[in-house]
Write a new protein. Structure first.
Length: 363
């Protein structure tokens, strides 16, 4: 705690006590990013991201305030620990009555990031109708310890839903097709759940996909330019009714690889894709999945606040780790070790892993 206070005081002096200020139009944004909805009693995650377009930020301090939820966990980006030369997170933040007070230095190198995740905060919903997470008292210094006076911030407002009486969608898992070992015919597959007590209010539902790296930390929505959407609409009456009336109330959204070149398909196998489930009301409102867990309560490291970030190779390697009756384990392990495109045999290795794992799943 003494270390935290010392760092906080140092940063406070940097950003508060100098008479000089940084120039305007700094391009600095300290943003909270989280789901639009969360289920009553469940957990959700909020990300704290610093966007530094001109790479001028030297340090940031502030308070993350929450109403309607309690703090469960705070994860600090390991890069932030490196920049502050500590693995003791109490020197970076402290939590008091669900307020998170933080003070941390940015990298002072010239090649710092234009945007970077600093923290991930997991909350549990305790309110019945709404949750708000807000930034307060944010102060940012530049790398010469001058105050930056035009920093933008953004907060998170969350509607609490009751899955028993309110419409809700969940992202249950992200996988691949098991029926083909041809990479050009493969697809990323999202399994989603729906609960629509009054389906007359629902116009469509589906899954939206987009390459994670191209988002740059931005929120994925149905309005993201270039996003691929696999959807079920009310106009398709038979499919719409069969899904919403199904006993398990689940559907699959597919992102087909669809490449005419095997090389490009194998490259895409290693591309991380962000996926999000949504529904749209007849009034035009769009609501997104917000769950963190899948299956029978087991945590899924790829699903946070209703959003999955996963590459096809992640799917294959996760399933490969479960194989117990290897027919050629040495060859499989050698292929796994050479999946990077920097390896001369990366194409053959990726194709080998695909065929090996699909064959195992189809036994």
């Amino acid at each position: 705690m003494k270390k935290f206070i010392a760092l906080a005081l140092t940063l406070a002096m940097l950003v508060s006590c100098l008479v000089f200020t940084a120039s305007a139009e700094s391009g600095v944004v300290v943003a909270l990013q989280g789901p639009a909805t969360a289920q009553a009693g469940e957990t959700f995650q909020v990300e704290v991201r610093v966007t530094d377009a001109n790479k001028v930020v030297g340090g940031v301090q502030g308070v993350i305030d929450v109403t309607g939820a309690t703090v469960v966990d705070v994860q600090v980006n390991s890069e932030l620990q490196n920049w502050n030369k500590t693995t003791d997170n109490t020197t970076i933040y402290k939590t008091t009555d669900n307020d998170i007070t933080f003070a941390a230095l940015n990298s002072l190198a010239d090649d710092t990031h234009a945007t970077r995740l600093w923290f991930k905060v997991t909350y549990q919903v305790v309110a019945e109708d709404a949750v708000s997470v807000n930034l307060k008292d944010v102060k940012v210094s530049d790398k010469s310890a001058a105050l930056i006076n035009d920093v933008a911030t953004s907060d998170v407002a969350i509607t609490v839903v009751d899955p028993v009486s309110d419409p809700v969608v969940t992202l249950n898992g992200m996988g691949m097709l098991q029926g083909t070992d041809n990479v050009e015919e493969q697809a990323l597959m999202v399994n989603a759940g729906v609960s629509f007590p009054n389906k007359a209010d629902i116009a469509e539902f589906g899954v939206v996909f987009y390459p994670t790296s191209l988002l740059g930390g931005a929120e994925l929505t149905v309005n993201t330019s270039g996003a691929v959407i696999a959807k079920v609409t009310k106009e398709n009456t038979a499919l719409f009714n069969s899904i919403v009336d199904a006993e398990d109330a689940t559907f699959n959204g597919l992102l087909m690889f669809g490449f005419s070149s095997k090389t490009n398909a194998l490259k895409f196998l290693g591309t991380k894709v962000t996926a999000r489930v949504y529904y749209k009301t007849t009034e035009g409102d769009v609501v997104y999945s917000s769950n963190n867990t899948v299956g029978n309560g087991e945590s899924n490291k790829y699903i946070k606040s209703g959003t999955a970030k996963k590459a096809g190779l992640n799917v294959l390697l996760d399933n490969g780790a479960k194989i117990t009756d290897h027919t050629d384990k040495d060859a499989y392990d050698a292929a796994v070790a050479g999946l990077s495109t920097s390896n001369a045999d990366w194409e053959a290795n990726r194709e080998y892993v695909l065929k090996y794992v699909i064959a195992s799943l189809n036994k």
